[in-house]
Write a protein that binds this ligand. Structure first.
Ligand code: NAD
Length: 420
């Protein structure tokens, strides 16, 4: 039986989007049920020794949505609001994302309910190593390969890789991606998601006849996705980044913000707010700044009916996973705003994670130029496929991307057959 009751709006919406795509493709009902369920879900509770000497118990999750097309691939999130429904939905997005860009992975996601900003480096390491051990029954380069997500980074991946390797007795490079270069990371991985967002922005604006040089861009979230996306759009495509917001507030300057200087400010102050080159605004006000392009690169459910009404832009490129609700989608469509969906727009990260995995397995490493070239080719082919399908059937790009993904996954399931 498939459980229909869920609390995460993102999971409900994923179900609706999958159902609509399945109906359009007229797939067999079992396929739709399969795609709306997760294959495996591991819930762990584990103790961590804190600096005070106290022991705290944390809860974590690792979910495999579907592994028909290859090993389970997906990030690890540390956030106080992590919950099982959210992780299920994010794992579903990963399966679809890997299928849209046609890389041989299934979808996974993991997370720990915690506020990493309240943990010392030692506590963060203890938590990470214990969580990696708890979910190690799933992990492995052929089975399940984590990567960074919200509030996790290359250091967290190093601890994951080291913990797994210690248990094995030898170094296993390809058990995680997004790790530092010195232990088998890939050139270009740190910027890959943002670079992919910038590529997709370029491809779609070419179609829209919207010149990127001088285009006014607003970015919500200035982390591993938002920062490189803003930097590449500014430095390589000549965009004007006029406003950026993060958890601590926002900053706006109609003349444009210098993205590298903003990053240096964030390194010191931990927020974009109070940057000397602009005017500080509350983080919520980011939706009220008129622009050409809005890039949500923070968390899910940010563009809902209300915030979509406030957005004045021509294009939304989803750097984050699930940033737009169904109602938000409807409002954007009514307002004639084009949207490039998450499973296409932010797939650059998992594409270069795939490159990192391949390089690690072969112990043969590529240079950054080669990585970026191959990334651009995959993103461009995937965009063209979704765009022409959307145009042909008069669909949104999100609907088209879901069709491409589900058709691919469905074919894989059919050709493998149902066991036993
Ligand atoms: P991150 O932790 O590096 O950065 C998150 C940023 O969002 C921070 O600047 C934070 O301050 C900001 N933020 C959080 N809540 C906010 C709010 N309410 N308003 C404004 N800003 C807020 O995380 P990340 O890796 O950049 O991930 C961002 C999104 O991109 C997530 O949805 C993630 O799942 C998705 N994503 C990440 C990758 C990746 O490679 N890291 C790949 C694909 C998709």
């Amino acid at each position: 039986m498939v459980q229909e009751v869920c609390v995460s709006p993102l999971l409900t919406e994923m179900h609706q989007r999958i159902e609509r795509a399945c109906a359009f493709l007229a797939v067999e009902p079992y396929l739709c049920s399969l795609l709306k369920s997760c294959q495996r879900e591991l819930i762990v509770s584990f103790p961590v020794k804190m600096d005070s000497g106290d022991i705290q118990v944390f809860q974590g999750y690792r979910v495999h949505h579907n592994i028909i097309r290859g090993p389970a691939k997906g990030g690890i999130r540390y956030h106080p609001e992590v919950n099982l429904d959210e992780i299920q939905a994010l794992a579903m997005l990963m399966t679809l994302k890997c299928a849209v860009v046609n890389i041989p992975f299934g979808g996974a996601k993991g997370g720990v309910v915690c506020d990493p900003h309240q943990l010392s480096p030692r506590e963060l390491e203890n938590l990470t190593r214990r969580f990696a051990t708890e979910i190690s029954i799933l992990l492995g380069p052929e089975t399940d390969i984590p990567a960074p997500d919200v509030n996790t980074d290359a250091q967290v991946m190093s601890w994951f890789m080291d913990t797994y390797s210690m248990h094995k007795g030898y170094s296993v490079l390809s058990v995680v991606t997004g790790k530092p270069l010195i232990i088998g990371g890939s050139q270009g991985r740190q910027e890959a998601t943002g670079r992919g967002v910038a590529y997709l922005t370029y491809f779609i604006t070419q179609e829209m006849k919207l010149p990127l040089r001088g285009a006014r861009v607003v970015v919500q979230g200035f982390g591993k996705v938002g920062y490189p996306a803003a930097k590449i759009l500014q430095e390589e495509y000549g965009c004007k980044i006029i406003a950026v917001a993060d958890l601590g507030g926002g900053v706006v300057n109609e003349e444009g913000l210098e993205v590298r200087a903003l990053r240096e400010h964030v390194e010191k102050e931990k927020t974009v707010a109070h940057f000397s080159q602009g005017e500080t605004i509350p983080r919520e006000a980011i939706f009220d700044i008129p622009s050409d392009i809005f890039i949500p690169a923070a968390l899910e459910n940010q563009i809902d009916e209300e915030t979509a009404q406030r957005l004045h832009c021509k294009l939304v490129v989803e750097g984050a996973n699930g940033p737009t609700t169904e109602e938000g989608d409807r409002v954007l469509q009514e307002k004639g705003i084009t949207l490039v969906p998450d499973i296409l727009a932010n797939a650059g990260g998992v594409v270069v994670s795939y490159f990192e995995w391949v390089q690690g397995l072969q112990s043969f490493f590529w240079n950054e130029e080669e990585v970026n070239l191959r990334l651009k080719l995959i993103m461009s082919n995937s965009f063209k496929q979704c765009f022409s399908l959307a145009r042909h059937h008069d669909l949104s790009l999100r609907e088209a991307a879901y069709l491409v993904a589900i058709e691919r996954i469905g074919e894989a399931i059919k050709v493998r057959g149902i066991y036993p």
